[in-house]
Design a protein around this ligand. Structure first.
Ligand code: GTP
Ligand code: MG
Length: 375
């Protein structure tokens, strides 16, 4: 049971103590004062009487106690090891994000894309002489703002891809604001440098106007000239990224329950749900109990995102395809590993309930659970 005082009930509900006590009086409950304790049932009855909804309470409790603890748990300095930087390609449509990534990983995705437009959010880990980098490719088409934002949210370093023949375009500007909002370092790939008659100064000026002053102009932003089709500047781009990564000393604790973000997910017929996740901390293993947004399950199988080979575990910064969710988690939802499938189910169910409640009744007063627990 979760006792709460009349005081915290009134504060959480945003109604005066007098009104709460008055209602209780009408209900025939006397002899109570501001410090009297209500149990869950009494709080619910009272809320119903006052036409307040405290439906969300139980859900938020479990989330507060479990999920918040996992999110806020600090890793001791000794438990931390270096992890690969997560590098996201952002930029306007057709400026060459997928081509650059293809070149770096040595595969050719661009050829297989419908109309050459990326409609998914891809993530691959590559290994450069023992130094790993996780790359995330996002679509540049204007319809995919949400996917670019998602890419920016999981990223440590943003590569802003700007085609030299086109310059800063609307989705370039949008990508700049996503990267700035995420407070991550930005490296510019001035791509298609192989094309005739490009005016580099024009683009450096545009970048400066958007608050990205190139280092060659005394600013802080590295601008690397690249050609994804000719393979120009690719080593320099990778080295620049690895240098930024080294300066930032990204680290994580591999010896804890995994947590991270779902990039996208799909129902794959008989095979069930496949979700593409990025592990941000801890290690995800086959058999783990996992909850992500409204869905939950036990990790049945995991595969590498590059060649789809089965893998048994995925450490920090690793992108991975995960099978075993009961339904497709939402793109952008955070995932957590729990020790108990029942808890995972309860959390997923209460979240589902909460989101349907929210959509059903816009005017429901939610009583924050924090308030209940803290006082
Ligand atoms: P979206 O995913 O749709 O946002 O596009 P994108 O940024 O991933 O661009 P993509 O890699 O699909 O490249 C678009 C077109 O530009 C393709 O035809 C590429 O072959 C071409 N391209 C990419 N990089 C270069 C380059 O460095 N030089 C030249 N000349 N063409 C390039
Ligand atoms: Mg693309």
């Amino acid at each position: 049971e979760l006792p709460c005082s009349i005081r915290s009930f009134s504060e959480a509900a945003g109604v005066s103590v007098g009104k709460v006590l008055g209602t209780m009086m009408q209900m025939g409950i006397g002899g109570v004062n501001i410090n009297s304790q209500l149990d869950l049932e009494a709080a619910e009855t009272l809320a119903a009487e006052m036409e307040l909804s405290i439906e969300l309470k139980a859900a938020e409790t479990l989330e507060n106690s479990l999920i918040n603890e996992l999110e806020e748990r600090e890793d001791s300095a000794e438990s931390l090891i270096a992890r690969a930087p997560v590098v996201t390609f952002l930029g306007h449509v057709d400026h060459g994000k997928t081509s650059l990534l293809d070149y770096l990983i040595g595969i050719n995705v661009v050829k297989g894309e419908a109309g050459g437009i990326t409609q998914h959010i891809r993530a691959y880990e590559i290994d450069k002489d023992g130094r790993k980098v996780t790359f995330v490719d996002t679509p540049g088409h204007e319809a995919f703002t949400e996917m670019r934002a998602r890419g920016a949210n999981v990223t440590d370093i943003a590569v802003l891809v700007v085609a030299a023949d086109d310059g800063v375009m609307p989705q370039t500007a949008e990508a700049i604001s996503h990267a700035k909002a995420a407070e991550v370092p930005i490296v510019v790939a001035l791509n298609k440098i192989d094309l005739e008659g490009v005016d580099e100064n024009r683009i450096l000026t545009q970048l400066t106007e958007h608050g990205l002053t190139p280092s060659e102009w005394g600013g802080e932003v590295e601008v690397v000239r690249t050609s994804a089709t000719k393979g120009i500047g690719m080593d320099e781009l990778l080295e620049t990224l690895l240098t930024v990564a080294e300066l930032n000393e990204y680290s994580a604790n591999p010896d804890r329950e995994a947590l991270g973000v779902c990039l996208e997910s799909a129902q794959e017929g008989d095979r069930g749900v496949s979700a593409k996740l990025i592990v941000q901390n801890g290690t995800l293993r086959v058999g783990d109990v996992i909850v992500c947004g409204n869905s939950y399950g036990r990790v049945r199988a995991m595969t590498d995102t590059l060649n789809n080979k089965p893998i048994a575990e995925a450490g920090p910064s690793t992108p991975v395809n995960v099978m075993g969710f009961d339904e497709a988690p939402g793109a952008g939802d955070r995932f957590h590993v729990l020790d108990d499938i029942t808890k995972a189910r309860e959390i997923a169910e209460t979240r589902t309930h909460a989101s349907s409640q929210e959509s059903l009744s816009g005017s429901t007063t939610k009583i924050s659970f924090d308030t209940f627990q803290e006082r």
